[in-house]
Structures are given as C-alpha cells and as structure tokens.
Design a protein around this ligand. Structure first.
Ligand SMILES: [Zn+2]
Length: 107
C-alpha cells in the first residue's frame, strides 16, 4: 500500500473535479474506501432553521466523500501528492516522502 492516509493528514487530490486541491482529512471511511477532505468536493446542502441552536436555515456547503484512492499525502517540499515510505526510528514508525525523504508530519 502506498496510500497510507490518516485522519488529520494534509492530502493532495490527484483526480476528479477537485483535482489539484489540498486539504485536511476530516474523516476516513475505510470500509467504503472513502475520505472526507476539508474544503474539497463541496456540495450545497439545504438546512432547516434550528431555533434551539440559534441556527438560521439556508444553504450550506459541505465536503462530500471522495474515493480514498483519489488522494495522496501532500509533501510540503515537493508541493504535490507523494508516495510514502515508512521507517522505524526509536521504536516509532515515521512516514517519509518517497521522493525527497522529507518527514511527513501534519500538525
Ligand atoms: Zn517530497
């Protein structure tokens, strides 16, 4: 597997209508092979007003799930989505860019 995407990662969308976009992984549905990325693949959704929560009704935009295979971890050094290699360092697994070997950390 070259596509080890985790929640909180910054990913690059490599195909589809959101191609080239970058965003943070909000949710992963491994079973369905889907991923929700912040600000990517936005769909308009109608919401009802909720006076209890003081929310007005209207149209909101929400990210819709993408195929997990359409995203790759984003490398800050390469400025694109990259394959990842894992290495062990003092008992911990760290992820590195397979291209430039930069450590991929998303905090
Ligand atoms: Zn890189």
């Amino acid at each position: 597997m070259s596509n080890r995407v985790k929640k909180g990662d910054i990913v690059f969308v490599r195909t589809g209508k959101s191609k080239g976009k970058i965003g943070k992984v909000l949710k992963i549905m491994r079973k369905d092979g889907r991923v929700v990325v912040e600000g990517v693949n936005l769909v308009k959704k109608a919401t009802k007003a909720n006076p209890n929560e003081n929310k007005p009704g209207g149209i909101i935009e929400e990210p819709a799930p993408l195929n997990l295979s359409n995203v790759m971890p984003y490398c800050n050094a390469c400025h694109t989505g990259v394959r990842v290699k894992s290495e062990r360092s003092s008992g911990k697994s760290i992820r590195k860019c397979a291209k430039c070997s930069a450590v991929l950390e998303y905090k």
